[in-house]
Structures are given as structure tokens and as C-alpha cells.
Design a protein. Structure first.
Length: 269
């Protein structure tokens, strides 16, 4: 099944490129092509997971498969948004992030899992932990995309750049609501995922490192998002500054995923 990865990357890259061309030139035919290519990406990814479920026994979850799951969730979310909500550029910005994460994973991780770790990584509890974490990541990606769009649209309106592209961004209110709702859904998923991970580590490992880099940065990431929700829900604060806070929170989230695992005593990625 190794051919699935490069095929998915190629299809995904062409789809994102088509969305970028549509972003620049507002070409309806290119937009439709991009959507069907994205649907094909979803099909190849889904086929891979079905194959893994049916024919691979006791599969250990490696870093590449983790990013593959993340990309599948992002694509799935994008297709759902396409059918439910008509904000054109949300799909482009969301999948641009998803594609970058997936493509970068091919060159960033050592996919060889130590033999002594393979049995631990086959744990059902760990699969639940990973599933919740990546569901949260997918929702946070949507919130990040909407916040980036909010910032761009804010500057376009401030500079009075009235054009066709401006209309396809949607309204500031809509983007603000999308970012808020996505974060509101993602934060509880992240909390459950972190709790599941701590339970797994406490059960499976001889010693759980509470001051491990992965634990500390994960908690910091969660606190930033909770601070965002606190200000949005209890103090009803919205606008440019809070879109910027959401962007910063996602950057911290990415740093937590890519960097902290390199210094962790028990977390491979």
C-alpha cells in the first residue's frame, strides 16, 4: 500500500493548486475541478484506512499514518463544508494547511518504530487518544483558516479594496462565528484526547513524566485556546485581536506537534 502516499500527495497538490488559481482568478471551472480532485483524495485516503482495518492485524500507529489521518479528517471536513456552507475560500485555506502538514511529514519523521514500542502503539486506548487529538487538530485547522481569512478580509476592507475576491470571503461576522464554533468543538476533543493519553501512559509505561516537554507544551496549547474561549463566551470579545490570538494558538499547536516530541522522554511524535 506504499503507493497510496505519493498518489494522495500528487492529487492533493493538484487540488490545492487549482484552488489557488481559483483564488487568484475566480475561475468557476477550475474550482469545480479542484473539488472533484479533493473528493478523489478523500477516496484514496478512505480506501487506505479500510484496507488497513480489514487486512492489517495489530497495526502500530506510526507518525506518517498520524498525519495521513489528520489530512483525511481535514479533507472530510472540507467536503462537508462545501455542501453545507457557501464560503468559497474556507476550503482552500483549510486544505492548504492540511496539504503542507501531510507533505512535510514525508521528510520529517523516521517511520521505523522500535520493536519494543510496536506492541504499546497497538493499544486500543492509544488509538482512541490519537483519534480524539487529530479530530481536535482538524477542527483547530478550520478555526485557523477562518481566522487567517478574517485578518486578510479586515485589511482588504480597511484599504477599501472592493473586488470580486472580496465578496467570496464572506462576512467578518461569518468568519468569526466559524472560527469560534470550530474552536468550541475542538477544545473539548483536545481535553478528552489528552486525558486518554495520560491514562494510556500511566497504564502502559513504568514511569509517566509529568514535566515532559510534550505534556507541558500540550497543556500550554490547551490553556491558550481556553483563554480564547473564555474571552469569546464570557466577555463577548470578538474582532481582529481575537482572530490574531487564534492564529497564534494554532502556531503553538503546530510547534507542540513538530518540536516538543523531539525532546520527549516517551512521546515519539
Amino acid at each position: 500500500m506504499n503507493w497510496i502516499y505519493p498518489l494522495t500527495i500528487i492529487l492533493y497538490s493538484i487540488s490545492v493548486l487549482c484552488y489557488f488559481i481559483d483564488f487568484l482568478y475566480s475561475n468557476r471551472k477550475v474550482n469545480i475541478t479542484a473539488f472533484w480532485l479533493l473528493s478523489l483524495v478523500w477516496g484514496t485516503q478512505t480506501f487506505y484506512f479500510i484496507f488497513q482495518f480489514l487486512f492489517v492485524e495489530e497495526a502500530a500507529f506510526n507518525p506518517l499514518e498520524g498525519l495521513f489521518l489528520y489530512a483525511w479528517l481535514v479533507v472530510t471536513l472540507s467536503l462537508v463544508i462545501h455542501w453545507l456552507v457557501k464560503v468559497d475560500f474556507v476550503i482552500f485555506f483549510t486544505n492548504l494547511v492540511g496539504f503542507i502538514m501531510m507533505a512535510f511529514s514525508l521528510f520529517s519523521f523516521n517511520q521505523n518504530i522500535p520493536t519494543e514500542m510496536q506492541e504499546l502503539l497497538s493499544s486500543e486506548l492509544l488509538w482512541i487518544h490519537i483519534s480524539f487529538i487529530f479530530l481536535a487538530y482538524a477542527a483547530f485547522t478550520l478555526a485557523f483558516a477562518c481566522s487567517i481569512m478574517y485578518i486578510i478580509l479586515h485589511h482588504m476592507l480597511k484599504r477599501k479594496k472592493w473586488n470580486k475576491r472580496l465578496q467570496r470571503f464572506g462576512s467578518l461576522h461569518t468568519l468569526n462565528q466559524f472560527a469560534f464554533l470550530a474552536t468550541l468543538i475542538a477544545a473539548p476533543l483536545l481535553i478528552v484526547g489528552l486525558i486518554q493519553g495520560m491514562v494510556w501512559a500511566s497504564v502502559q509505561l513504568e514511569y509517566f513524566y509529568w514535566f515532559d516537554s510534550k505534556v507541558i507544551t500540550s497543556i500550554i496549547t490547551l490553556l491558550i485556546y481556553l483563554y480564547f474561549l473564555y474571552n469569546r463566551m464570557l466577555k463577548n470579545r470578538t474582532g481582529y485581536d481575537y482572530a490574531l490570538l487564534n492564529v497564534i494558538a494554532f502556531i503553538v499547536l503546530v510547534m507542540n506537534y513538530w518540536l516538543s516530541g523531539q525532546f520527549s522522554n516517551f512521546h515519539l511524535w
